[in-house]
Ligand binder design. Structure first.
Ligand code: FES
Ligand code: FES
Length: 164
């Protein structure tokens, strides 16, 4: 199979990877150790594979590596990890929104995209942001609670640092 050179910024780090031509970005990321990006439906319907591409949430299972080459990519690992969790990740845990956890990375990415755009979302904004993220476990209410909690904590952290 022919290959392409994939060059991008991934979680703030420049990368240059040889990847099979026609490979989708989920596979590219996962095969380079970024397994927080989950493989679910692989047809753009479940949100498990969500990442930020130039700051915009996309489902990486429907983006070719070739299309993402040259761009800025942030995966859930770039938002935070177990040693240094992001307040959004802590909010999901504290709100009881993590059960099996399969959908959680995608939901965290969606919440990051939302709060970057709109730090004070309404419940409907949160609902809209998480639409397209399937969860078999939580019934969604706790996920919406987590988004609200994350927004609150982010606003408080900004206030404590003298921000808007
Ligand atoms: S795995 Fe990409 S949207 Fe489901
Ligand atoms: S926590 Fe299991 S799919 Fe969402």
């Amino acid at each position: 199979m022919s290959s392409i050179t994939f060059e991008a910024t991934v979680n703030g780090r420049p990368v240059r990877w040889e990847v099979p031509a026609g490979e989708f970005l989920t596979e590219t990321l996962r095969s380079h150790g970024l397994i927080g990006t989950k493989r679910g439906c692989e047809s753009g319907d479940c949100g498990a594979c969500a990442i930020l591409l130039d700051g915009v949430e996309v489902n990486s299972c429907v983006v070719l590596a070739a299309q993402a080459s040259g761009h800025d990519i942030v995966t859930v690992e770039g938002i935070g990890d177990a040693r240094a969790p992001h307040p959004i990740q802590e909010a999901f845990v504290d709100a009881g929104a993590v059960q099996c956890g399969y959908c959680t990375p995608g939901m965290v990415v969606a919440t990051k995209a939302l709060l970057d755009e709109n730090p004070t979302p309404t419940r409907d904004d949160a609902r809209h942001a998480l639409a397209g993220h399937l969860c078999r476990c939580t019934g969604y209410v706790k996920c919406l609670d987590a988004v609200e909690l994350a927004a609150e904590r982010t606003a408080n952290a900004d206030a404590a640092h003298g921000g808007a």
